[in-house]
Ligand binder design. Structure first.
Ligand code: GDP
Length: 469
């Protein structure tokens, strides 16, 4: 390592110590003074402590970011990311373009799931992963697609240049047999038996490289299927380029997605504009430690037309990009139509191309933007803040974590764990604790998030040795 690297590393070490000296001292001080302080003095002091603690955190995170780009690591990451993505894309191209379509083994995917755009794209990507895992060419049946009556190919490139014909000598519903030429897939909720390679599984033959490269290889993997699936038709590309130009989409920019209307109270809680903007502020404050930011830009997407005007009024120091008429068109009544397609295409494209995302992962719109984002950077796994769920894929297999450190539950509701315990994770409360079940003790409750890491499901997929590396 270079001198600069070693110095930076020690600076971070010392920074963690200093942060802890500060927090300990301030808490001790509060303990002593509690009885002397009026409520407003107490509040003032707490505010001050929180602001200083935030500053410690920002500088530490910024230093870690700098450390990660030293020693030519950023150049390595860029070239490895390109190589790995090229390999997966080549395999997908090979899978989708059999020499003789009349003999090819096929997997039929019907794009008629009755749900929103994000949900439908997730359905198609689930089919595509199943196709890759079973080495079957995916045939997408998108006739009368609710988002475009003309079908998939009016918006995106066809999934194959050589093979879009669904016919074959025999046909069966999933699972059929290996020899059955054409197999038809149900939606993931109806899938039986459920194979091991559903998300969040990652392929064994690439897993070491993926884990080395990326902070969340499970999402990187999904992102690669999205990259192939969502190749725009020239006309779609033109529409998006024009929209980008017209709104003056420039970096740095944060993408915010506020999902309201029918989702609130049924599948997600209400979150105020202020809550989203706290994290946008954090992003820009940290960025300003590294570079000058002339304009704080935010791309604002929502299905609630009141969000953009509210944000513009309350945050005059920001420049907000977005389109209230898109939000109006995203209302429940008009949602699943050809005319709403343009709006959701623009919103997801801009969100995915932002530098950072603030949203709720309970929404498929936001998860889709995050997945697409992964194929646009070497490692964008930390470029988001979800106000609710951790990342997941609808219909996924069990999501587990692994305890790296032992823990003895101290507070009511906390569970204990030994090193190596497997935890089924239900969610992160973003307060230092995650909720889950210890599979060894069957205890369910809270455990400290920092003591566990994702336990990747590494599964045998075909390794496509026919495709040159
Ligand atoms: P979810 O319901 O949020 O999990 O995501 P879905 O994509 O399955 O369904 C929501 C649908 O509502 C989307 O596909 C859009 O049609 C619409 N919608 C929700 N949020 C937005 C938004 O921010 N912009 C636009 N244009 N449409 C949205």
């Amino acid at each position: 390592p270079s001198k600069d690297y070693e110095v930076k590393r020690r600076t971070i070490y010392r920074g963690v110590q200093e942060m802890s000296y500060f927090v300990n001292h301030e808490l001790e001080n509060l303990r002593k003074k509690t009885n002397e302080l009026s409520p407003s003095e107490l509040n003032g002091l707490l505010d001050e402590i929180m602001i200083s603690a935030k500053e410690h955190e920002m500088i530490l995170l910024n230093d870690v970011e700098i450390l990660g780009n030293m020693e030519g690591f950023d150049a390595w990451r860029a070239s490895e990311s390109r190589a790995l993505s090229d390999l997966v894309q080549k395999r997908l191209h090979y899978l989708q373009n059999p020499l003789d379509c009349s003999k090819a083994r096929k997997l039929i995917c019907n794009l008629n799931k009755s749900c929103g755009y994000g949900c439908q794209i997730h359905h198609a990507a689930y089919c595509f992963i199943m196709a890759y895992a079973t080495k079957r060419t995916m045939i997408l049946n998108s006739k009368k697609w609710r988002y475009h009556r003309g079908g998939w190919e009016k918006v995106f490139l066809p999934l194959s240049d050589t093979c879009t014909d669904p016919s074959g000598i025999d046909r069966s519903n999933w699972p059929g047999s290996n020899a059955t030429q054409v197999i038809e897939l149900p939606i993931v909720d109806m899938l039986s038996p459920r194979p091991p390679f559903l998300p969040l599984a990652i392929p064994r033959d690439l897993s070491d490289r993926m884990i080395r490269l990326h902070g969340d290889p499970q999402v990187w993997w999904i992102g690669q299927f999205m990259k192939y699936l969502l190749r725009y038709q020239p006309e779609t590309q033109r529409m998006l380029d024009e929209a980008k130009e017209k709104m003056n989409f420039r970096k740095p920019i944060v993408g915010v997605h506020v999902r309201r209307t029918d989702k609130v109270g049924t599948e997600a809680a209400f979150h105020s504009v202020d809550e989203y903007m706290t994290y946008v502020d954090d992003y820009f404050n940290q960025l300003e430690l590294r570079q000058k930011v002339d304009v704080r830009r935010v791309y604002m997407a929502s299905d609630d037309p009141s969000v953009l005007p509210e944000a513009k009024k309350k945050y005059p120091n920001y420049e907000f990009l977005g389109d209230v008429s898109i939000a109006k068109g995203a209302a429940v009544a008009t949602r699943y139509t050809d005319s709403s397609l343009r709006g959701i295409l623009i919103d997801i494209h801009m969100l995915a191309h932002a530098d950072y995302l603030v949203c709720t992962f309970s929404s498929q719109v936001c998860r889709l933007a995050y997945e697409i984002m992964q194929a646009l950077h070497p490692d964008a796994s930390s470029k988001f803040k979800s106000l609710d769920d951790i990342y997941y894929y609808g219909g996924q297999g069990p999501h587990q974590q692994l305890a790296l450190y032992a823990h003895t539950g101290r507070r009511p509701g906390e569970i204990s764990m030994d090193v190596g315990d497997v935890l089924g994770i239900a969610g992160n409360h973003w307060d230092g604790y995650s909720k889950g079940t210890n599979e060894r003790t069957k205890q369910a409750g809270l455990y400290p998030s920092f003591k566990a890491v994702d336990n990747y499901r590494i599964v045998d997929f075909p390794s496509y040795s026919e495709v040159a590396v």
